[in-house]
Write a protein that binds this ligand. Structure first.
Ligand code: SF4
Ligand code: SF4
Length: 131
């Protein structure tokens, strides 16, 4: 019998074992939301001061990457070493925060924080409003 192609799954099995894209630290206190407008599925979730991508919903298309003005989004296997914890953070908070499907104005702090490095301590685990 021929082996199944790698991406064929039977009903009830995990939908896909592929990697997701990850929102990293540069999003904190910026939340420009340009990424949300181009995402073909509803995998962005809104926290109070950053977004997270649901790894179970992301279809790995990558179109959001170039839309982010602060280069916050990376494929999972290219997340810089210093931001590795954002892989688990996206998975956790995507389940807790509401879906955001339409872009909105950036946070008032966006210009001030867009070039700030080391803003990890500013992360707010509270949910955003979603839409
Ligand atoms: S475009 Fe970048 S900064 Fe804006 S919400 Fe998306 S990931 Fe965050
Ligand atoms: S890679 Fe595609 S599906 Fe995943 S978050 Fe970005 S735009 Fe959405």
């Amino acid at each position: 019998m021929e082996a199944l192609p790698e991406r064929v799954f039977r009903r009830g099995e995990e939908r896909k074992p592929t990697m997701a894209f990850i929102v990293c630290e540069p999003c904190i206190k910026c939340k420009f939301t340009d990424c949300v407008d181009v995402c073909p599925v509803a995998c962005f979730h809104e926290g109070a001061n950053m977004l997270a991508i649901d790894p179970d919903e992301c279809i790995d298309c990558g179109v959001c990457v170039d839309e982010c003005p602060v280069t916050a989004i990376y494929p999972e296997d290219e997340v810089p070493e210093k931001w590795q914890k954002y892989i688990a953070l996206n998975a956790q908070y995507a389940k807790e925060w509401p879906v955001i499907e339409e872009g909105k104005d950036p946070l008032p702090t966006a210009d001030e924080y867009k070039d700030v490095e080391e803003k990890d301590g500013e992360f707010d685990p509270a949910p955003g409003e979603g839409n």
